[in-house]
Design a protein around this ligand. Structure first.
Ligand code: SF4
Length: 391
């Protein structure tokens, strides 16, 4: 068992007054707390509480009707069940929903629910993918990303990562089928809390999302990639590649200066060798910047190192963040240029997927999360979404 104190694992915001934030506490630590603070030794009591919190999504201990009545006041004295508050919600013309949540310290994050186009017999989306945030803002300054304009405010606690799933399932009244850690922040800069959240999400007792349906997206932090390879979590890993030379990648993603391509690609190879899960390379296509014949050759060479595929994404505008320098010069290719790139990449033997631009009209697409709707002026100006409600 991890012997760090529970409050430390959850971060300073996770502990409110003298009570412990119970969301994000691992099964092992919950058992320890129940024993130490409430004198409850039975494992099955911890499992009951775990099921209530995640599978049945209780928001109060009073709802846990199969626990002895005498436990409830003790649980209420010892633990807190956190919430995030919905501040604003937007619905895209393509069905994507963007949620702006307020955290307990008043800061905000965005979470995006993307329904697949495939429908079942009842007209319900077959896949409902949630894009979760792991930090408030991000320190990495990728030039194509709106979140970078916020800088880093802080890491999310394990509870705050989990709460995005729980609150969206409550609001949407449907289960999330797939999870992508591609919202605000670099997940591997908040590795402890992300790993802890993943352990809870993939615990069968929580009935949340299976490991095969979870993808972590990283800008490429070699040490953390290697750590993740050995955690036994077996989730999919995607690398934000976006360039095939160190010179261009450093211009677009300054982190590449500290961790150049060769170092990052070796770490991805190590991840594959440890997990045997094919790698995904994310490749945002910029007009005239990373779409040459030479790029295709280098990209094909990279993908031959281990089984992998390339997700090609058209660049999404971030004008609403008033970009400067190279960020202001980035443009999406024309539809014809985009399709030609895809075709040539396939001809080079690369397995290619085209990532859709779901939620582009509500600034919910890849690279567009920047709390635009926390600002009432932006909110009022937003006429594009089907609805845009300040709660
Ligand atoms: S792309 Fe990801 S890592 Fe880069 S600044 Fe944006 S949130 Fe951070």
């Amino acid at each position: 068992m991890d012997d760090k104190p529970v409050a430390a694992q959850n971060g300073e915001v996770g502990k409110i007054a003298e009570r412990v934030e119970i969301l994000g506490v691992s099964m092992a630590n919950l058992r320890q707390l129940l024993l130490q603070r409430l004198g409850i030794p039975e494992r099955y009591r911890a499992e009951q509480i775990f099921r209530w919190l995640y599978a049945k999504q209780a928001i109060s201990f009073g709802e846990m009707t199969d626990l002895p009545k005498s436990f409830i006041p003790k649980l209420e004295e010892t633990f807190e069940i956190g919430r995030v508050i919905l501040q604003h919600e937007s619905l895209s013309v393509d069905g994507t929903r963007k949620f702006l949540f307020e955290l307990s310290d008043g800061r905000s994050i965005e979470t995006v629910l993307i329904p697949s186009e495939m429908r079942d017999a009842f007209g319900k989306a077959r896949r409902r993918t949630l894009c979760v945030s792991t930090q408030v803002g991000c320190p990495l300054d990728c030039k194509f990303c709106a979140t970078a304009s916020m800088k880093l405010k802080r890491n999310l606690t394990t509870a705050e990562i989990l709460l995005q799933i729980l609150e969206v399932e409550r609001l949407a009244k449907e289960d999330i089928t797939n999870l992508v850690f591609m919202g605000m922040g670099e997940p591997l800069l908040n590795c402890d809390n992300v790993v802890e959240a993943l352990r809870i999400i993939t615990d069968p007792l929580t009935e949340l999302v299976g490991k095969k349906r979870i993808t972590i997206s990283t800008s490429g932090l070699p040490d953390e990639i290697k750590r993740l390879a050995n955690e036994g979590l077996d989730v999919k890993l995607a690398l934000s590649l976006h360039a095939t030379t160190n010179a261009l990648r450093t211009t677009l993603m300054p982190i590449n200066k500290r961790h150049p391509l060769e170092e990052v690609l070796s770490a991805m190879e190590e991840y594959y060798n440890a997990t045997h899960i094919p790698i995904t390379y994310e490749y945002i296509l910029f007009d005239g910047l990373n779409d040459s014949e030479a790029d295709i050759k280098r990209l094909a060479k990279i993908t031959r190192r281990v089984p992998s595929k390339v997700n090609v994404i058209p660049f999404h505008p971030i004008d609403f963040t008033a970009p400067e320098g190279i960020a202001a010069t980035l443009h999406a290719p024309s539809a014809a240029a985009f399709n030609s790139f895809i075709q040539r990449l396939k001809e080079a033997g690369v397995q290619v997927m085209v990532r859709s631009s779901s939620g582009k009209d509500i600034e919910a697409a890849c690279g567009q999360l920047a709390l635009a709707h926390a600002d009432p002026a932006v909110l009022q100006a937003n006429q594009k979404a089907i609805y845009s409600i300040r709660v």
